[in-house]
Design a protein around this ligand. Structure first.
Ligand code: HAM
Length: 420
């Protein structure tokens, strides 16, 4: 071990587990790629003010969890704690919304950073794949995103996840509800910090995990009963579209999210095998965010799915992903001449699209065959001086154990044929 270790709350992704991470990222992205979403990549850090304004000054993410830094030039930056504000910032900066084709649909994949108390499923550096549909208010768009996330999880073989759905209202009805909730909260026996939170961000109090607080919240007014006609009709339409698509969801009138930008549709994907960090993904509509960061009115909706937690959910369900073999052919040279010949063969196989590897380091036959086994290759090519003199190499099928000589100049075609 070296003197250094990965920082607290982080971990290294190393083979073979890293292959599962890549497969999960790919599976989440796949339905987006075929549904009109274009790939976007934004910097790992942004002006800190973007998140303060976008995610919300009073959220835990902004007040407690941001990794902030001051550059030598005096700029205040933050490692991105989430992707939505950055993606919208970028879309506005590049005028993607002015190109006459709304909604602008974008997907992304990357690392995010939150200074949280680490535990299983909760890290300071984690990975999300996300999607944002910017510039349209259409219940079908909200439904599309939920359906695509559902599709992604199902394609991975996940079954024990649930979709929680709620509406957080809009700028017309939410203030009325907010005031009613505040009135209710003021009458409870709450500690000072929670009372302060009730004044700034009363909806967050509903999300308080402490049992004594939850007990007092039993009779709290629900936003559902305060929705204006527009929000009610919108939400009903989203529900109907999901039902028609065969996507099961649960209405959760108490679902609030940890970010302030949400309006109307909000949802969370939870998995029952994950203990307290059960949210594998979440999202919703954010109709006011663009204006909050200085842009025009651009009603939008999106989600982000946590890759780390999705991998944990797969483990919890015992789902084994079918991963493509990293190596299909492993070449074992015996002697100098064979080394040159087989090295050239491996390069040719790779150029022909066959995943191939080579016994480096001048290993003897035994150690080289061990390496071939460990590589998971379906075929091994072995050649010594005598084989080369006869113009052949030995091709061993690692599954059946059968071995046969193949003419050297036919090896690549033979292997390509056998591997399909
Ligand atoms: P979020 O709910 O904060 O939403 O994060 C989305 C997902 O990221 C979570 O459900 C979880 O799986 C994963 N995640 C969050 N924090 C951590 C952590 N500390 N460790 C491991 N995984 C974590 C957002 O980030 C919004 N930007 C989603 C969105 C997109 N809303 C609209 N568009």
């Amino acid at each position: 071990m070296s003197t250094f270790q990965a920082p607290k709350g982080t971990y290294d992704l190393i083979p073979p587990d890293s292959a599962r991470f890549l497969a999960v990222r790919e599976a989440i992205a796949a339905p987006l790629r075929t549904s009109g979403y274009g790939y976007i990549e934004t910097p790992g850090f942004e002006n800190v003010e973007l998140f303060a304004r976008g995610v919300g000054e009073s959220t835990d993410i902004v007040t407690k969890e941001m990794f902030t830094l001051t550059t030598k030039g005096g700029s205040e930056l933050a490692l991105r704690p989430e992707g939505t504000a950055s993606v919208l910032r970028s879309a506005l900066e590049h005028n993607l919304h002015k190109q006459g084709n709304l909604p602008v649909k974008l997907w992304y994949s990357g690392s995010y950073y939150r200074y949280e108390r680490p535990q299983k499923g909760r890290y300071r550096h984690f990975s999300q794949v996300g999607a944002e549909a910017i510039g349209a208010q259409d219940p079908a768009l909200d439904a599309e995103l939920v359906i695509l996330a559902d599709q992604a999880y199902r394609s991975l073989g996940l079954r024990r996840f649930r979709i929680l759905l709620n509406s957080l209202g809009d700028k017309e009805c939410r203030p009325v509800y907010r005031a009613a909730l505040q009135d209710f909260l003021r009458g409870l026996d709450l500690d000072e910090e929670t009372l302060r939170r009730a004044e700034i961000n009363p909806l967050r109090v509903l999300d308080d995990k402490r049992q004594d607080v939850q007990k007092q919240l039993t009779g709290a007014p629900l936003l559902r009963d305060y929705l204006c006609d527009g929000c009610k009709a919108y939400h009903e339409e989203v529900r109907e579209l999901l039902t028609a698509a065969g996507v099961a969801f649960e209405d959760d009138p108490r679902l609030v999210r940890g970010l302030d930008y949400y309006t109307r549709t909000t949802f969370e994907f939870v998995h029952d095998g994950l203990g307290s960090q059960s949210a594998v993904g979440g999202g919703g509509r954010y109709d006011g965010l663009s204006e909050m960061i200085g842009g025009p009115a651009l009603p939008s909706v999106g989600w982000a799915l946590g890759v780390d937690r999705t991998v944990l959910a797969l483990e919890a369900e015992g789902v084994e992903l079918e991963l493509p073999a990293a190596t299909s052919v492993f070449a074992v040279p015996l002697g100098e001449e064979a080394r040159r010949v087989l090295f050239a063969t491996v390069s040719e196989l790779r150029r022909g699209g066959v995943a191939a590897d080579f016994a480096y380091g001048g290993k003897g036959l035994k150690a080289a065959m061990k390496a071939a086994n460990r590589s998971g290759a379906r075929y091994t090519l072995v050649a010594g001086e005598r084989d080369l003199a006869e113009g052949v190499v030995q091709l061993k099928d690692m599954e059946s154990g059968e071995q046969s000589p193949i003419a050297l100049d036919a090896v690549v075609a033979e292997l390509r044929g056998r591997l399909g």
